[in-house]
Design a protein around this ligand. Sequence first.
Ligand code: COA
Length: 258
Amino acid sequence: MTQHVKTEVAGGIMTMTLARPEKKNALSNEMYSAMSEGLERAEKDPAVRVVLFQGDGDSFTSGNDITDFSAQANGSNIGESQAFRFIRNLGKATRPLVAAVQGNAVGVGTTMLLHCDLVFLADTAKLMTPFVNLALVPEAASSWLLPARIGHVRAYAMFALGQPLDAAAALACGLANAVVPAADLRARAWQAAEALTKRPAGSLSHTKALMREMDKIAAQTNRESALFAERLQTGEAREAFAAFAERRKPDFTNLTSD
Ligand code: COA
C-alpha cells in the first residue's frame, strides 16, 4: 500500500509528512493511525524532542476523507475510528508540536493547529472548519479552543458558515506565528523546530502543560466525539456526503432536525 504519511526522525525532530496530494491530503483511517503511532512514539522515544507536521502538494490537508464519513453514515464498518485516537493523542501531547501549513487546511487540518505550539503559514494558506456544511459538529476541542482564541463570532462564522480565514487573517487573530512565502515554508518551520531541540526538554514539556488545560481538552473532546458520531448517522449528513460525491450543493431544506 502507498504510504500516505511519511514519518522520519532526524536531529531530534520527528517530521510527519502527509503524502496524498492527489486527494489534497484527505485523511483516511490509515493515515490517522500512522499519525497516532507517530505521536505515541514521540512521547516515549528520547530521540524525538519535537514533532513537525507538513503536507506534500498544494494543500496541507482537506481534512477527514469524506468517503470514509460517507461509509460510516451508510453503516459500513471502517474499523475503530483512528481519528478519535489521533485527536486524543494531540490533546495530551507533551512534546512541542510545530506545523507548516500551505493551501487548504480543512476541518481537522485547522483544528489540529489549535494543539500545535508553533504554526507557520504559507501565504497560500486557507483555514476552514465547515463542520455545519457537512451536517457535523466541531471536533478536537475546537468548539472550546477556537472561540477562546479568536472570539465567538469569528469562530461561529467558521463553524456555521464555513467562512475561511486566509493566512493574513489567521496571523492577525493569533492562530499562527508567521506567514512566509510558500517556497520558504518548510525551511522556516524546520528552523523553529531545530531551535526547540536545543532547549531543555523537561522545561519545555512542563511549560506546555502549564499553558494547556489538558483535562478540559479531553472532556470537551469526549463530548464532541459523542455528538459527532451521532450526527454522522443523520439524514442531514447523508445528504451532505452525497452532495460532495456528486459535486453539487447539499439541499437541507426538506430535512427536519434529527
Ligand atoms: N475527502 C475525500 N476526497 C477529497 C477530499 C476529502 N476531504 N478533499 C478533496 N478530495 C478529493 C476530491 O474528491 C478530488 O478527487 P478526484 O480527483 O478523484 O475527483 C481530489 O481530492 C481533488 O479535490 P478537488 O475538490 O478537485 O480540489 P479543489 O482544489 O477544487 O478543492 C478543497 C480543494 C479542499 C477546497 C475541496 O476538495 C474540498 O472542499 N474538499 C472537502 C473538504 C472537507 O469538507 N473536508 C472535511 C472537513 S471535516
